[in-house]
Write a protein that binds this ligand. Structure first.
Ligand code: MSK
Length: 630
């Protein structure tokens, strides 16, 4: 086996600098310049003390003017802003989930979308008490999809998937009135509570933030994950590559970006069609390379091994290579900057969703009913664009790393059974992982998630924290752009086991896994709460007792705050490297960093010093171990 060498963050930065030189030649703008123009950021906004929910304002709280025109104090203003931020994230994830339910409803034996994992579908149907006996799998799929869609607006009851949580967690939710009802109702209630003249007490507003987050994590996101698995297959370990070097100078490059796998799956499917490849050859290319950015990339990497070109703050770099024929987007985390940037090159910027329409793009409306035709049109457009490349602008950084991805909860349970067969002789549950943790071979686990944010050197916090944690025998499960940061530098290469402490290294060898396990996209953080629930049930502990924490060191989006709320709401302490714009209220800070423990036995920690953030996570894990006497 060849020698393993990690890519450094400095190498990533040098590659970006080289691409920005190309950008300068064609007068391209880039986020690096826009950040400078926006700095310093508005302090009122950053601390959460600006209220603009009615037109008597905007009101900004200062020492001299401690209340808004309506009399709301700073704590009410900060808490309301936090809840609105959370509700927007919950709505976004959940609407993604709704689209997946709609696609599931349209599956058919001879349709664009089919059921690829019937066992999973039948399991969920039984869990939801939907008749499966002797029925056609597509009839079951339609009933499950219809029932799932009603979860968004049902008049009574709580989310169906809450029953998957351990009994203790369910009791906490019931006792503290945190169990989410219909998903849309929780979002709607959040907007109602924060309307002028409604709630201004921090505690109920933060409680609603948790409830709204739980509606996402145990509702919309969980349905998005589960039904994506049903239609596109439950991920299993698969080899791929990551970083810009996966793009090919000789091929037509199509880069998929966004979140909804319904689009990207179709693009991947038809880009492999021999007729399309022959057409690309006719046009002078050697073939077609599809790669991905952000979570859509995670989706197709986990199921098809499609290479990952990069993460959030690398999206402009794709165009700057001068070798991208089409960047095809669906929803979320897409820079509007891609429109004007693509005009500086030959790249087609293709928007496809009515939810995310942007200037300077070619809009090809993507619909489940016409998905195959839409995908073929987009691929043909990209192929036709190959001849418009300007060779003098083409530069693809040579950086790429091998990665093994596809660790769904089911896959993790399975691979760790391999360790069990050698060490503890347990089968088919999370007990092998529990045994590794109890014996101290692994000290604990961290769920590393979230975005990039220019407030932190891109990828630096993800990479440095992961290195520190695995060296301390803490296994990482990762998703979203955090997972891609890991893959880009080589932390998802199995050979990265050599960077681990002796215990984790041994586990990686026995189970044949990398120390950082790729668990998918943003919505797939729902897989992580399922894993935590299984660990709690199999160990007889409460989730909050497990030596497991969550971490989003470079987060930036409203979705990330919704995730933070449901991870904390599930009983998992969560560590952030960026403040969620609440520092203007000590009452809100106290609630989020301590008060929530009374409701859900977990809270947030915010620490901007990345090294200290790592120390604090390790301390928390060791505290939990001490409390258990292990
Ligand atoms: S894509 S939400 S930048 S993780 Fe899911 Fe990445 Fe954050 Fe978007």
């Amino acid at each position: 086996m060849s020698e393993f060498k990690m890519t450094t963050v400095e190498e990533l930065e040098a590659a970006t600098d080289r691409l920005l030189e190309t950008g300068a030649k064609v007068g391209a703008d880039a986020w690096q310049f826009r950040v400078k123009n926006q700095t310093p950021h508005c302090k009122f906004g950053e601390t959460g003390v600006c209220c603009k929910i009615c037109t008597m304002g905007p009101c900004r709280v200062t020492k001299k003017s401690p209340r808004g025109v309506c009399g709301c104090d700073v704590h009410g203003i900060v808490a309301r802003n936090f809840l609105r931020f959370t509700a927007a994230g919950s709505a976004t994830h959940s609407d993604h989930g709704r689209e997946i339910c709609n696609t599931l409803y349209q599956t058919a034996e001879d349709g664009n979308y089919k059921v690829k994992d019937p066992e999973k579908l039948l399991r969920i149907a039984k869990e939801w008490e939907i008749d499966t006996e002797g029925r056609d799998i597509y009839d079951v799929a339609h009933d499950v999809a219809y029932t799932a869609l009603t979860e968004y607006g049902k008049p009574f009851g709580t989310q169906r998937f809450l029953k998957r949580a351990p009994k203790h967690t369910q009791e906490l939710w019931e006792k503290n009135e945190l169990a989410p009802h219909a998903i849309d109702r929780e979002v709607s209630r959040s907007l109602h509570m924060t309307h002028m003249g409604c709630s201004s007490k921090p505690a109920p507003l933060i409680k609603q933030s948790i409830r709204s987050g739980l509606a996402d994590g145990w509702g919309g996101s969980m349905m998005g994950t589960e039904f994506s698995d049903v239609m596109f297959g439950t991920p299993k370990p698969i080899d791929t590559e990551a970083n810009l070097g996966v793009m090919s100078e000789e091929n037509v490059n199509i880069v998929v970006h966004g979140h909804d796998p319904s689009l990207s799956e179709m693009i991947c499917e038809y880009a492999d069609d021999p007729k399309m490849i022959a057409y690309a050859k006719e046009k002078g290319a050697k073939g077609i390379t599809v790669s991905g950015i952000c979570c859509t990339s995670n989706e197709v990497a986990m199921r098809r091994g499609v290479p990952m070109a990069g993460n959030f703050l690398q999206q402009e770099n794709i165009v700057l290579t001068g070798a991208c024929e089409a960047i095809v987007v669906d929803v979320q985390c897409i820079f509007p900057a891609l429109g004007p940037l693509s005009k500086c090159f030959h790249t087609k910027f293709v928007t496809t969703s009515p939810v995310a329409q942007m200037p300077d793009s070619d809009f090809i409306r993507f619909d489940a009913k016409t998905a195959a035709e839409n995908a073929k049109e987009i691929i043909k457009m990209a192929i036709d664009n190959f001849e418009n490349r300007k060779p003098e602008l083409v530069h693809i950084p040579k950086l790429k790393q091998k990665a093994t991805v596809g660790y769904s909860t089911e896959a993790i349970v399975k691979v760790l059974d391999g360790v069990a067969n050698t060490q503890v002789d347990e089968m088919g549950t999370t007990k092998p992982l529990i045994e590794c943790i109890t014996s101290g071979v692994i000290r604990g686990a961290v769920a590393m998630v979230g975005c990039n944010n220019p407030k932190i050197r891109p990828d630096y916090a993800h990479v440095e924290l992961m290195k520190k944690l695995i060296a301390n025998d803490i296994i990482i499960i990762s998703s979203g752009c955090s997972a891609q940061a890991a893959a880009k530098v080589g932390l998802m290469d199995k050979r990265a086991k050599d960077l681990c402490g002796a215990g984790l290294k041994r586990v990686c060898e026995l189970a044949d896994i990398p120390p950082v396990l790729h668990m998918g996209s943003c919505v797939d953080i729902s897989r992580m709460v399922i894993l935590a629930s299984s660990l709690a049930k199999d160990s007889g502990l409460n989730i909050s007792q497990l030596p497991v924490v969550g971490c989003a060191p470079e987060w930036m989006s409203e979705k990330a705050v919704s995730i933070g709320n449901y991870v904390v709401g599930t009983g998992i302490d969560t560590f952030l490297g960026i403040d969620p714009c609440v520092s203007g209220s000590d009452e809100v800070v106290d609630l989020l960093t301590g008060g929530t423990k009374d409701w859900v036995e977990a809270s947030f920690t915010v620490e901007k010093d990345i090294d200290k953030l790592g120390d604090k996570m390790i301390e928390r894990i060791e505290e939990k171990r001490n409390a258990l006497g292990i």
